[in-house]
Design a protein around this ligand. Structure first.
Ligand code: URA
Length: 181
């Protein structure tokens, strides 16, 4: 179950990041959910609260989801590739991503979403085995036997507001997919 998975992660001693983190950041939202969002790793705010996407990027994410009728309360489940904050928010290494991937796979199976939304390079590295999010965003593909939509990371959008145009197109594509269009 998801509770078992959380407990297994909490007991996992293979990853050094755990030592420097305040909290395990497991997930937020409802399960099962039609949409599962996979981000990168907790930042400072998430580490403090123990919940994913609660800082500035998370607030933007919530606004974006609301535009197409999605919310953590009703139909979205959110997690990250890594459940512990990397020091100084550095990018997760390939080794860290590979080490935590079995947990993420199980996580996806348990949530059983209709679609996975992979946000940013770390997420597509984990789920698709490749990077290049600015090229891959908006192109539906598959991972773990489910449709997957790569999207720009909301933290990237905060730094590059012009890219919100692309994200708007991706959100409409997500909505159309969920409506069976
Ligand atoms: N960025 C992420 O990728 N995940 C979070 O939970 C917060 C910021």
């Amino acid at each position: 179950s998801l509770d078992d998975l959380r407990a297994a992660l909490a007991a996992f001693e293979g990853c050094e990041l755990k030592k420097g983190a305040r909290n395990l950041v497991f997930a937020d939202g409802i399960a099962p959910a039609p949409v599962m969002i996979v981000g990168e790793a907790p930042g400072r705010d998430e580490d403090r609260e123990g919940r994913p996407f609660v800082g500035q990027a998370g607030k933007l994410l919530d606004r974006m989801l609301a535009e197409i009728g999605l919310s953590r309360r009703d139909n979205v489940y959110i997690t990250n590739v890594l459940p512990w904050r990397p020091p100084q928010n550095r990018t997760p290494t390939r080794e860290e991503i590979a080490m935590l991937l079995p947990f993420l796979r199980r996580h996806v199976d348990l949530v059983a979403p209709e679609v996975i939304v992979a946000m940013g390079n770390t997420s597509i590295q984990a789920l698709l085995g490749r990077t290049g999010i600015t090229k891959l965003r908006g192109q539906w593909t598959e991972a773990l036997g489910r449709p997957l939509l790569p999207m720009l990371h909301p933290a990237y959008l905060l730094r590059n507001p012009i890219a919100k145009r692309e994200t708007w197109a991706d959100l409409l594509s997500l909505r159309a997919h969920l409506q069976g269009a």
